[in-house]
Design a binder for this molecule. Structure first.
Ligand code: PAF
Length: 281
C-alpha cells in the first residue's frame, strides 16, 4: 500500500491502474477511522481492482463556530487500518493541496437547506465541493458513503446525476455499537455519562419504526420520537425530520420511501442518526 500527499502523485498512481483497465473504488473520509469506515473500505476492496481511501479533514464543510480545529485526527492508525483492510492507496493531502486560492465551489439547491443544512448552512457546499474535487482527481468507478449521513448520500447521488459524473455511488449500512449508538468519529467527544445517554437516538428511532403505518400523520411519529428524547436529561433535540428519502421533501403522512432523521446534542456533541423505510398500503 502506498500513501500519497499530492494531487500529482495521486494522478500518477491512478493513471497506471486506469490504463491497465482496472476498476477504481474511492472511499472519501475525514479520517479517525472507525468500523463504519472499515465497512466502506471492505466493500470497496470486494468490488474493485484498486481502492483509494482519502483522509482529509475538509475545512470548507465546517462552519465558523464548529469543531474543525479539534476534529479528531490519527493518520498513523488510519494508514495501518487501510493497509490491514487491503486498500491500495491512501490519499492524505494538506488543505493547501486541495484548495489553492479557490474560486470555484459546488452547491446544490434545495436538498441542502433542510435537516442538517438548517443549523449548518454552508456544510453541504463544502461537502459537494471536496467530493467533486476527489471525483475529478480519482475518476473512480465506484465511490462509497455511509447511510448514517443520509442527507449527504442523497445530495451526492443528485450531484453526480446533475453533473453527469460517471461514478456509481454505493451507500453502505450504518454500523452500530452493541447498545445501538451509530459509530461516529464524534463519539470520541462524549464523556462517560454522555456516552451512556447517547443510545437514546437509536432507541427513539426504534420506537418510531414500530408505529409507522401507511397514512399515519408524520407529526405523530415526530411526537413519539420527541417523547423518547425528552426523557433523557442530557439530550437536546436539534431536529426530527420525516422526508421523502431521495428528494428530502417533507412528508405530511407516512407513505413510500421515507427517511426518518434526527440530530441531537448530547452535552455539546451533536450526533445524527436515521433510518429509511418503505411504507406502502
Ligand atoms: O462523510 C464524510 O466524512 C465527509 O463529509 C466526506 C464525504 C469525506 C467529505 O469530506
Amino acid at each position: 500500500m502506498q500513501t500519497v500527499h499530492t494531487v500529482a502523485e495521486l494522478r500518477t498512481a491512478l493513471t497506471t491502474a486506469r490504463n491497465a483497465g482496472k476498476s477504481v473504488g474511492l472511499v472519501p473520509t475525514m479520517g479517525f477511522l472507525h468500523e463504519g469506515h472499515a465497512s466502506l473500505i471492505a466493500q470497496a476492496v470486494a468490488d474493485n481492482d484498486v481502492v483509494v481511501v482519502s483522509v482529509f479533514v475538509n475545512p470548507t464543510q465546517f462552519g465558523p463556530n464548529e469543531d474543525l480545529a479539534s476534529y479528531p485526527r490519527d493518520p498513523e492508525r488510519d494508514t495501518e487500518l487501510c493497509r490491514r483492510l487491503g486498500a491500495d492507496l491512501v490519499f492524505m493531502p494538506a488543505p493547501a493541496e486541495m484548495y489553492r486560492d479557490p474560486k470555484a465551489f459546488v452547491d446544490i439547491a434545495g436538498l441542502s437547506d433542510g435537516l442538517c443544512g438548517r443549523s449548518r448552512p454552508t456544510h453541504f457546499r463544502g461537502v459537494c465541493t471536496v467530493v467533486t474535487k476527489l471525483f475529478q482527481l480519482a475518476q473512480p468507478t465506484r465511490a462509497y458513503f455511509g447511510e448514517k449521513d443520509a442527507q449527504q448520500l442523497a445530495i451526492i447521488r443528485k450531484l453526480v446525476a446533475d453533473l453527469f459524473i460517471p461514478v456509481e455511488i454505493v451507500g453502505c449500512p450504518i454500523v452500530r455499537e452493541a447498545d445501538g449508538l451509530a459509530k461516529s468519529s464524534r463519539n470520541s467527544y462524549l464523556n462517560p455519562a454522555e456516552r451512556n445517554a447517547a443510545p437514546v437516538l437509536s432507541h427513539a428511532l426504534r420506537a418510531a419504526r414500530e408505529i409507522l403505518r401507511p397514512g399515519l400523520a408524520t407529526s405523530v411519529v415526530r411526537e413519539n420520537i420527541a417523547a423518547v428524547l425528552a426523557a433523557e436529561p442530557l439530550a437536546r433535540t436539534d431536529y426530527i425530520e420525516i422526508v421523502q428519502a431521495d428528494t428530502l421533501e417533507p412528508l405530511e403522512r407516512c407513505e413510500g420511501k421515507m427517511l426518518v432523521a434526527i440530530a441531537v446534542y448530547i452535552g455539546t456533541t451533536r450526533l445524527i442518526d436515521n433510518f429509511t423505510a418503505e411504507v406502502s398500503r
